[in-house]
Design a protein around this ligand. Structure first.
Ligand code: C2O
Ligand code: CU
Length: 434
């Protein structure tokens, strides 16, 4: 049933194939010939989320918490996640954001599976083939369910284990109007000895852009969207741009001379990393941002974009029209309104080039499922830094990006804006394999 992708609004629970009559819908589509190395059950519930400042907000939880549990694996391990929906009325799924899983594991309601109704469960199985920082979230009425709590982190370590002595997740999420980092709206202390190397894994689970900056030490932006940067130079005085859905791993050393390092995501919301009681300097948000187009040292990308066998346009605009019979101002793709946007059709092995141009009046963090794309150029300026691999690419109004990827993951995928309300307003297309 491809008629109803996850765009909420009128679609809701009326996915034509959602009800199977039985209480348990369990598809074991991942590798079955081996036992899982990492196995977890996540129970989704509609309930109040308690915030550290004592307030509670109505939302959704996984195992009574939001964010849900961190799922951590080593490269090569088989991950098995059993999702149980106890009480989320619209049904739930889990999508592995940025993880290039087999199509059947992608967790997109109405595209790769039906939403898991209250009382039902579903098992996801995939091999953790790539190391890096990722996250998972529901992909059913996602503009509500992600905002209201149905998400968590997925971290895959290289076979040698965590890359830094101190390794800290820092999910950024706004609950009830307050932005939080690592679960707190204010300052979170992270213990680290003088001289130790620290990796902070920033994950933007909000619908808008976040900027992060580091005070008290130079840092390196060592990975973006789960892909390592090649020879990233030290940075001071520039912020990290985190598109909605995007991840950035930063590394720094705690000063030998004492003192702490601070990672801010705005308005007093920060991690303070160092020995107990150590103070970090507080610096204002820098105006400059790290530009990934030129950051780091070039390295081979593994294929030649000049040999492209498919070239597509993904031109984003906005106009009045009807979506599901509802009149309004909706997003357009190549001038067409959802669902009249033709699928992008590829064959396995294609070298695909796509031009994403935005003249819609707003910024769109574009998220392609199942594939990592490399940025070739922005506004006609060629990328010169470390290959910029991305799954969550912020495209501001007036910008044009050219990206390329290899079609190496057969199935039907979505390519949408991760301002998830925009996806619900039609900014969603499909990529399908012939
Ligand atoms: Cu993180 Cu289709 O979404
Ligand atoms: Cu958008």
């Amino acid at each position: 049933d491809m008629g109803y992708p996850d765009y909420g609004g009128g679609a809701r629970v009326d996915h034509a194939t959602m009800h199977h009559g039985g209480a348990e819908v369990t598809a074991l589509t991942g590798p079955r010939d081996r036992a899982a190395d990492v196995s977890i059950t996540l129970v989704a519930r509609a309930e109040r989320i308690g915030l550290p400042d004592g307030r509670g907000v109505a939302g959704y939880t996984l195992n009574h918490a939001s964010p849900g549990p961190e799922i951590r694996a080593r490269q090569g391990q088989l991950v098995e996640v059993r999702l149980v929906n106890e009480s989320v009325p619209d049904g739930v799924t889990l999508h592995w954001h940025g993880y290039d899983v087999p199509n059947a594991e992608d967790g997109v309601a109405g595209v790769t599976q039906d939403a898991v109704a209250p009382g039902q469960s579903h098992v996801y199985r995939f091999v953790a083939a790539d190391a890096g920082t990722y996250w998972y979230h529901s992909h059913q009425v996602s503009h509500e369910q992600v905002r209201l709590g149905l998400f968590g982190a997925l971290v895959v370590d290289p076979p040698t284990g965590a890359p830094a002595a101190v390794d800290r997740l820092a999910l950024v999420h706004t609950y009830g109007g307050r932005r939080t980092i690592a679960g707190r709206p204010d300052e979170t202390s992270v213990a680290a000895a003088p001289g130790s190397t620290v990796r902070v894994r920033l994950v933007n689970t909000d619908q808008g852009t976040a900027r992060a900056w580091v005070s008290g030490a130079a840092f390196r932006l060592v990975a973006v969207d789960g892909r390592d940067r090649n020879a990233p130079p030290p940075v001071t005085g520039a912020a990290i741009v985190l598109p909605a859905g995007g991840r950035a791993d930063v590394e720094f050393a705690v000063p030998d001379a004492g003192g702490a390092v601070r990672v801010d995501v705005g308005a007093g919301t920060a991690l303070v990393v160092g020995p107990e009681g150590a103070v970090a300097p507080v610096t204002p948000e820098p105006k400059a941002s790290i530009d990934l187009l030129s950051y780091g040292t070039p390295a081979p990308i593994g294929f030649d974009p000049a040999t492209a066998t498919r070239r597509f346009d993904y031109r984003i605009g906005r106009r009045f029209g009807f979506l599901d019979g509802r009149p309004g101002l909706w997003w357009t793709i190549n001038g067409k309104l959802y669902p009249d946007v033709p699928m992008y059709m590829v064959s396995t092995g294609d070298v695909v080039r796509m031009t994403i141009a935005n003249s819609s009046g707003e910024t769109h963090p574009m998220h392609l499922h199942g594939h990592h794309a490399v940025v070739l150029s922005r506004n006609g300026v060629a990328a010169t830094g470390s290959p910029w691999w991305t799954d969550s690419l912020e495209v501001a109004d007036g910008e044009t990006y050219e990206i390329a990827f290899i079609a190496d993951n057969p199935g039907v995928w979505v390519d949408h804006c991760h301002n998830l309300s925009h996806a619900a307003e039609g900014l969603l297309a499909h990529l399908a394999y012939t």
